[in-house]
Unconditional design. Structure first.
Length: 481
């Protein structure tokens, strides 16, 4: 392990650095924090820096206490509570979900074999992008599960991998059934209180008394980002991505994993062996499409290696907001980044890289970039056609200009944004597919201010599929041209 650089814990240095990153990538506001744990002494040091504004509408500045939607990082909280239940002897990872939730009615030809392990590893095959709003009551998650009877399967359990929000909502409902209380109450009792956290909010009214980082979006082709009118905090989807936190509290959550589960208050969040189990590879994504964010998946955690240093973490995306959370267990390092608009994937990755280099000397691999122009993109005819799941439709065609992709994620955006504001992540207009590293793997984007979207083609459970980002879309209509 390399010694930290002289500026590693210099708040002024990081404030200036974040200001430059925000300027370069058009980010209205950034909050970023890092925690370094000394394995010899057991002491830790941390810093949280910030720059910019919480909202371009109000002009209120960010500060280290600013709270942000952490999105799917919430899944790590849900996975932690499932493992607590396992350690309490109330369920097993091999337990069938339909045994734990008798009210669940899905396609029995596939879903009767779905286990708790499948939920935590995104291998259930359940279509993950169901965004039904089931209200604000304490029964919202129960009602969501009751409405899953029409949800399709993308592949048989354990026969493929696709990022699955729905699976973590089912995990949240399992927690409710065993704890006999709402998932929100379990978060407080099992996570927030033992760790002494001041945030980890799950309800909008809890956020109101805080400085809150508002998400910003942009229409493709335009140069300005605007605040989202209504943030997405649907209670029924809570276990998959509703928590709002400040950077300090998320670092404290990470510190508990670095300390083998020790909360610092005389009890363990989880025993060390369970921490190790969660951070061990449970599903290999290699050889993986370029779209997949990490080569291995643990129990809830994305697992990677940065320049020989093992990492575990998760990202979170809400409308106009993006969050990063990484721990380097062998280096005793945890890092958090919140960005509220702009070219956020590049901005956040650059900040995480800077933290890793400053504290460990590690240099994470850079982002996937095209390996050539559109004229060099080649794809077998069998892969042309239309692919879809509940939230995304991909249409791939071949024209005189080369391969073209039309990606429609309006069903996701319209369910996340009650005002139907346009998001910047995708465009339904065709865009060129540019070659990327790997067979049948490509990158596309709507304009130079949009992030690259990965598109890859492969067979999953003996069926032709496309990966758009981390979602597996079965082919629905092959090309007839």
């Amino acid at each position: 392990m390399s010694a930290p650089s002289p500026y590693a814990l210099d708040t002024r240095y990081w404030d200036d650095y974040l200001t430059e990153v925000a300027r370069k990538y058009h980010v209205p506001g950034i909050v970023a924090g890092v925690l370094s744990l000394d394995s010899q002494t057991g002491s830790s040091q941390r810093l949280v820096s910030s720059t910019g504004v919480t909202s371009l509408r109000t002009g209120i500045s960010t500060d280290p206490s600013t709270v942000c939607q952490i999105g799917s990082i919430t899944k790590l909280v849900t996975a932690t509570m499932i493992m607590q239940l396992r350690d309490e002897g109330k369920l097993g990872l091999e337990s069938k979900v339909t045994d734990l939730l008798p009210e669940l009615t899905l396609d029995p030809t596939h879903t009767d074999d779905i286990s708790v392990w499948n939920l935590l590893t995104h291998t259930s095959g359940i279509d993950g992008d169901i965004f039904t709003d089931t209200g604000r009551g304490a029964d919202a998650i129960e009602r969501f599960v009751q409405r899953m009877r029409s949800v399709e399967s993308l592949f048989r359990p354990s026969k493929g991998w696709s990022y699955c929000n729905s699976g973590f909502i089912l995990a949240g409902r399992i927690i409710e059934v065993f704890d006999q209380r709402s998932w929100t109450e379990s978060v407080r009792a099992r996570i927030t209180e033992p760790l002494g956290l001041g945030t980890f909010y799950t309800l909008p009214e809890e956020v109101l008394v805080n400085r809150y980082q508002v998400g910003h979006v942009r229409s493709p082709g335009q140069s300005a980002w605007s605040p989202v009118p209504i943030p997405d905090m649907q209670r029924g989807r809570g276990p998959a991505g509703v928590i709002v936190s400040n950077a300090d509290d998320l670092l404290t959550f990470g510190e508990a994993f670095l300390r083998g589960g020790d909360t610092g208050g005389g009890e363990n969040l989880l025993p060390p062996q369970t921490i190790s189990e969660m951070l061990a590879p449970a599903w290999s994504l290699a050889p993986a499409p370029a779209s997949v964010a990490a080569p291995h998946w643990g129990l809830g955690w994305m697992l990677n290696t940065w320049d020989g240093h093992k990492t575990a973490g998760h990202g979170g995306t809400k409308l106009g907001n993006k969050a990063w959370f990484e721990i380097l267990p062998e280096d005793g390092l945890a890092m958090v980044v919140f960005c509220n608009g702009g070219i956020v994937p590049t901005a956040g990755d650059e900040i995480c890289t800077a933290f890793a280099e400053a504290f460990t000397g590690a240099a994470p691999a850079g982002p996937s970039l095209p390996t050539g122009p559109a004229t060099e993109a080649e794809l077998a005819e069998k892969w042309l056609g239309t692919y879809s799941d509940a939230g995304t439709t991909l249409t791939v065609t071949k024209t005189a200009e080369g391969l073209q992709a039309s990606i429609d994620q309006s069903r996701i955006r319209n369910n996340q944004d009650a005002s139907k504001s346009t998001s910047s992540t995708v465009s339904p207009s065709p865009t060129p597919l540019l070659p990327a590293a790997g067979e049948a793997q490509f990158l596309t984007r709507s304009d130079h201010l949009s992030p690259w979207t990965s598109v890859a083609f492969t067979e999953v459970d003996d069926n032709p599929c496309a990966y758009v980002g981390i979602r597996c879309l079965p082919q629905r209509e092959p090309s007839v041209g």
